[in-house]
Design a protein around this ligand. Structure first.
Ligand SMILES: Cc1cc2nc3c(=O)[nH]c(=O)nc-3n(C[C@H](O)[C@H](O)[C@H](O)COP(=O)(O)O)c2cc1C
Length: 268
């Protein structure tokens, strides 16, 4: 199981042996650095030592490809109007709007982010992924694919894993659900790289169905955050415990003795 988004409870995530992930933002910066030494690309300027700090502890990263144009989060906009808290307690307003937004995030600790103006590159293409693969020495996972063709292309570009995801509907909520796309992507992947699915995993039975449709693991976003917001690390651990125990229940109901026995036949 993987905790998606920005993990703020490392002990809880280590507890479940998750995939350690870092925001895709690092990747938007990294290609420019390696090719140019120190460059201004997408309005972002970092030096090589700085990037070394960034990637030093990272064994692999996910490149998120499904939120390139941002999104119009209406509920969020409404709730911001009703939120009377002091924004500057989390977000700096002394810099540009974007760097203010990412200021304070642990992954940028010690880095000069004053020139950051954009989180998404305007040229996110397969060639971009190729450039990234050529320079990124560690594991590279692509997150946000929902079709067999894209899975095939991603593997052709040397990715080490794929996350079937529609960003939990946060990018576009009328598109294909991840669970409905999973079987097709699994057919494209054919076991060549690990396959993770996220979006709407709320019960152990959801985990069971995802495994049956071809996922090797699932990711959770909001359930993790709900547990964290309510009870801190203990809340995250409890969320994971509930999912794990419900998965065992679903497996026993279906008569599957181990994960390998959870096959497509159970959701046909
Ligand atoms: C508050 C929040 C922040 C997120 N931030 C990121 C992010 O930085 N990068 C990313 O790829 N996905 C991000 N996501 C999307 C999740 O990684 C994941 O795809 C989605 O939440 C899964 O759906 P679920 O919330 O229904 O489990 C975020 C989701 C939430 C709720």
């Amino acid at each position: 199981m993987a905790c998606a988004g920005r993990c703020t409870s490392p002990r809880a995530t280590a507890w479940i042996a998750p995939i350690s992930s870092l925001s895709a933002l690092v990747f938007y910066i990294y290609p420019a650095i390696v090719t140019a030494g120190s460059a201004l690309v997408f309005g972002t300027r970092f030096s090589l030592p700085q990037i070394g700090v960034l990637i030093g502890a990272v064994t692999g990263c996910a490149l998120t490809v499904d939120l390139q144009g941002g999104s119009n989060r209406v509920a969020l906009a409404r709730s911001i109007r009703l939120d009377s808290r002091d924004c500057t307690s989390c977000h700096s307003t002394s810099r540009t709007r974007l760097s203010g937004f990412i200021t304070g995030k642990p992954m940028f600790a010690g880095l000069d982010i004053s020139a950051v103006t954009d989180l998404t590159p305007p040229d996110m293409t397969w060639d971009y992924l190729k450039r990234l693969r050529d320079i990124w020495p560690r594991r590279l996972v692509v997150k946000g694919l929902v079709t067999r063709e894209d899975a095939e292309l991603a593997i052709g570009h040397g990715v080490d894993g794929i996350v079937v995801s529609n960003h939990g509907g946060r990018a576009e909520d009328s598109g294909r659900p991840a669970i409905a796309s999973l079987a097709e992507v699994a057919e494209g992947v054919r076991g060549r790289v690990p396959l993770v699915m996220d979006g709407g995993v709320r019960r152990g039975s959801d985990v069971f169905k995802a495994l049956a449709l071809g996922a090797n693991a699932v990711g959770i976003g909001r359930p993790y955050i709900w547990g964290l917001a309510s009870f801190g690390q203990a809340g995250v651990e409890r969320v994971l415990e509930i999912l794990r125990s419900e998965l065992v229940t679903a497996m026993r109901q279906a008569g599957t003795r181990n994960i390998a026995e959870i096959t497509r036949a159970y959701v046909a």
